[in-house]
Design a protein around this ligand. Sequence first.
Ligand code: ARG
Length: 264
Amino acid sequence: MKKNNKLLSIALSCVLSVGLLAGCGTGSTNQGSGGAEKVTLVMGTSADYPPYEFIDTAVSDEIIGFDVDIANYIAEKLGFELKIQDMDFGGLIPALTNNRVDFVLAGMTPTPERLENVDFSDIYYVAEQMIVTKSDSGITTLADLQGKKVGVQLGSIQVGLANDISEEVGGVEIVERNKITDLIQELKANRIDVAIIEDKVAKGHLNANADLSAFVIEEEGEAGSAIAFPKGSELRDQFNEVLREMIENGEMDKLVLKWFYSEE
Ligand code: ARG
């Protein structure tokens, strides 16, 4: 009997949340009229980037990760409903400039080029860049990359980094792919020699693939992640305020531990 009640309430809450979602999907914005329905913000992301954003297919088809937790926290704090839209990383800036999404949370680094088209929040996390390669490739320094095939994600700052490295070492062949998972596959199939990937993302692939190893690109420094908005969006200041709050109240540290350090 008790069990049945529990089942019933689970079923009920599903019905309720489905109803809520359906309401959100219409993009209705009657905020304040009794407070029943919230404004829905659409977040654009590229869910090929564990632990920032990814789908753990063994568990569900839901997008989860560090960025998703940040988005949920901010949306909750500001009283918005959140809808996540997945796309290739290279499509995120166009989605912002066409106002198809309200913001982008995708481990995205502010760059002067991007700042011409979108606005960025404060930086919420800083990562280092790694060269990932087959353990038996013999590649252990940047100098070893001369004449080699270097894989990077299309539209990412790693493309610029690959160009810099190319100049530094006297020429590399740059290979661009839509998804990080494609890069890993190309690497394992020896179709590229290395891939440039951010440290925390690289770690996951290193743990899962014993035939891969990596080293940090020291001299190229770090890349911060920030939230991107359409130019002039009022959301930026509101989001920054909550980001600051999360840093002060320890929520950000909690999420960093949860997503980046939980298995170490
Ligand atoms: N930080 C890099 C950039 O801004 C890579 C981000 C890739 N993110 C992703 N979700 N695939 O270009």
